[in-house]
Write a protein that binds this ligand. Structure first.
Ligand code: NCD
Length: 341
């Protein structure tokens, strides 16, 4: 790796803050705008590498990364695993279903166990909001939040921002950030860590964010976070530049939140006719997994010139490589890391 690849982009940083100051990546809420841009910029080198036939770097050689997933995952687990391997680390996946969690071990004891194995980074997905923070308090290495309950999913928001930036740049539409863009996020906002992290990230990058859901699936008081709240999808779409659809997170619902999937689709499903109400050429996003025919129709999800859903997946690997690279710089004694003042 060349020196320029390992140096932070100094221009992103205010004077006196020349490197990434956080040990862990627990949420977008902990990041300043310039730190978000720094991670996006760092990911670009990995986007390039991932498009080569030879996709290997040895920058994390000798380090051990543990992916501890207490909830199901396809994209996030696979992309963290691929990211660690492409950086040359030894990557171990712990699936809660086969672990001692099933034997009654507490989260804290699991954390202490992972720490004793001298992991150099731990990636956690957990069903409880705040669980990753609890683990971070108990271990000596960087902790990356791969989704904690309804709280945050920071690498998802970062990969979404990177995918959007790439798509806009290809159209010649974007500078560095999303100033002037209106982004509509529609779906089960109440249970969505993706919505929360994206709201924080997109607003930090200058976008106007509209949130749309039936009243029962909209967290009360979310306006205080700067979002514009809608219950009428057509109004929320009016003139939007980007439409991000979210799944109904039925696994987090106790009781009946919507009358039926059919009615939900009628009111809140993204169909081609509905998309026409958004701004001209509006882009379509979805973090996956998609429920085709419920929150999004297949013809919209697969629209070649509008949907950037597979690009989101591509950017997921690059963003996770950037996060693992940046957060392990301290361990590796590489420039680009700074103790918090
Ligand atoms: C999301 C998640 O797990 O929060 N998926 C993902 O990470 N790509 C969204 C979801 O499960 O609906």
């Amino acid at each position: 790796m060349t020196a320029s690849q390992t140096q932070p982009h100094a221009s992103r940083y205010p004077a006196g803050a020349q490197a990434f100051p956080h040990r862990d990546l627990l949420g977008i809420g902990q990041l300043e705008r310039h730190e978000i841009l720094f991670l996006l910029d760092e990911a670009e080198q990995w986007v390039d590498l991932n498009r080569q036939r030879q996709k290997h770097s040895d920058s994390l050689a000798g380090l051990t990364i543990i992916n501890a997933f207490f909830e199901n995952s396809t994209r996030t687990l696979l992309s963290f695993e691929i990211a660690g391997k492409r950086l040359g680390a030894d990557v171990v996946n712990m699936h809660a279903a086969q672990s001692s969690v099933k034997k009654g071990e507490t989260l804290i004891d699991t954390a202490i166990t992972l720490n004793a194995m001298r992991a150099d980074a731990i990636v956690i997905r957990h069903g409880s909001s705040g669980a990753t923070g609890l683990i971070a308090d108990k271990v000596d290495c960087p902790v990356l939040n791969a989704g904690d309950g309804q709280h945050e999913h920071p690498t998802q928001a970062l990969l979404d921002a990177l995918a959007l930036r790439h798509a806009l740049r290809e159209r010649g539409q974007s500078g560095d950030d999303f100033t002037g863009l209106t982004i509509t996020i529609c779906g089960d906002i109440l249970h969505s860590r993706v919505a929360r992290s994206n709201l924080l990230c997109l607003q930090a990058l200058g976008a106007t964010v509209r949130l749309c859901a039936p009243p029962a699936l909209m967290p009360s008081g979310i306006e205080a976070m700067g979002a514009q709240v809608f219950h009428d999808f057509d109004a929320a779409l009016d003139g939007a530049d980007v439409v991000m659809m979210l799944r109904l997170q039925t696994e987090r619902m106790s009781g009946q939140f919507i009358p039926s999937a059919r009615e939900y689709h009628y009111l809140y499903g993204l169909t081609a006719a509905r998309l026409a109400k958004a701004g001209e050429g509006a882009l379509v996003m979805h973090p996956g997994p998609m429920n085709r025919g419920v929150e999004i129709d297949s013809d919209v999800a697969d629209m070649i010139d509008r949907s950037i859903i597979t690009r989101q997946v591509e950017m997921g690997v690059a963003i996770r490589m950037a996060a693992l690279d940046v957060l392990t710089r301290r361990t590796r004694g590489v420039a680009g890391w700074r103790e918090t003042a």
